[in-house]
Design a protein around this ligand. Structure first.
Ligand code: MG
Length: 259
C-alpha cells in the first residue's frame, strides 16, 4: 500500500522539506568556505541546525546509524559515516540528510565539488542532478513507478555513466522509508500507478565507471567496486493533480528545470 497524504499532512511534509533544504544549503556553504573541515564537524553542524528548529535528525538511530548526516566522499556512494576525515580540494562530497518534523519525514541529498575538479567530474555531477530532474518529471498522476526509473537510467547511460542498481529511492511520509521502492533502472510502464498525494524520495546514484558497488567493513559505507567516483542527488517530491511538487527545493530558480 502506498500512502496518499491529505492536504494537512502535505503541509507538515512541506515544512519538513523546507527545514531540510535550509540545512543542506548551510552545509554546502560551510564546506565551500572551510577547507579541511572534518566530516564529523559537518555532522555536528547538521544536527545542531535541525535541533535549533525543533525538528529531529531522521537518520540518527535509524537501523543503528549513529549520526545525523551521511557524508560520502569520492568513490563512496552513500551512507558514509562522519569521522575525522578532512574534506580537501579536489574531493566531491555527497551530503545525505533526513528530517523528522512532527512525525513527518523529508530526505534529500546533494553532491558538491570542492575547489577545482576536472571537466569529467563536473559532468558527472551535472548528469546526476539532471537525472534526478528527469525522474521527478515522471512523478505525475497516472504514470507508473518504473517511468521514473527508466527516465533516470536512460539519461545517465546516454551520457556515458552508470546507475547503481543495488540501492533505490523510496516512498516517504510517516516513516523515512515507505513503499514503493523506486529503482534507478528499468523498463517504463511497470510498477504501481502514481496517484495524487503520494510522496516519493527520488535519488539517482550515478557512477563514473560501472554500476557495481560493495559495502566497507564498517558495515555502512557503500563504495564503487572499481573505486571510481560516484555522485548522488535526491529530493522528496509530492505527486499532485498537476506538476510534481519538490518539497525539499531550496532555490525556486530550480523550478525552471521542471517546466
Ligand atoms: Mg533516501
Amino acid at each position: 500500500m502506498i500512502a496518499k497524504r491529505s492536504e494537512k499532512e502535505l503541509k507538515y511534509l512541506r515544512e519538513a522539506g523546507q527545514i531540510l533544504a535550509g540545512v543542506l544549503k548551510e552545509l554546502e556553504k560551510t564546506i565551500m568556505n572551510n577547507p579541511g573541515i572534518t566530516t564529523f564537524d559537518l555532522n555536528k553542524l547538521a544536527e545542531s541546525l535541525i535541533l535549533k528548529q525543533k525538528a529531529k535528525p531522521a537518520f540518527k538511530g535509524y537501523r543503528g546509524f549513529p549520526y545525523s548526516l551521511c557524508v560520502s566522499l569520492n568513490e563512496e556512494v552513500v551512507h558514509g559515516i562522519p569521522g575525522p576525515r578532512q574534506i580537501r580540494p579536489g574531493d566531491i562530497v555527497s551530503l545525505d540528510l533526513g528530517v523528522n518534523w512532527k512525525g513527518y519525514y523529508s530526505d534529500a541529498a546533494i553532491t558538491v565539488p570542492i575547489g577545482k575538479v576536472s571537466r569529467e567530474v563536473r559532468k558527472l555531477l551535472k548528469v546526476t542532478k539532471m537525472a534526478l530532474y528527469k525522474g521527478i518529471k515522471q512523478a505525475r498522476r497516472g504514470k507508473r513507478v518504473s517511468d521514473i526509473s527508466f527516465a533516470i537510467q536512460h539519461y545517465v547511460e546516454k551520457n556515458g555513466f552508470s546507475v547503481v542498481k543495488d540501492l533505490t529511492g523510496h516512498g516517504i511520509g510517516r516513516k523515512l522509508h515507505e513503499e514503493p521502492a523506486i529503482p534507478n533502472f528499468g523498463e517504463p510502464g511497470h510498477g504501481p500507478q502514481l496517484e495524487e498525494g503520494m510522496v516519493l524520495a527520488i535519488e539517482p546514484m550515478v557512477n563514473m565507471g560501472n554500476s557495481e558497488v560493495e559495502i566497507l567493513k564498517d558495515h555502512w559505507t557503500i563504495v564503487t567496486k572499481d573505486r571510481q567516483l560516484s555522485a548522488h542527488f535526491e529530493h522528496t517530491v509530492a505527486v499532485t493533480n498537476n506538476h510534481p511538487e519538490i518539497l525539499t527545493l531550496y532555490n525556486t530558480q530550480q523550478k525552471k528545470d521542471l517546466s
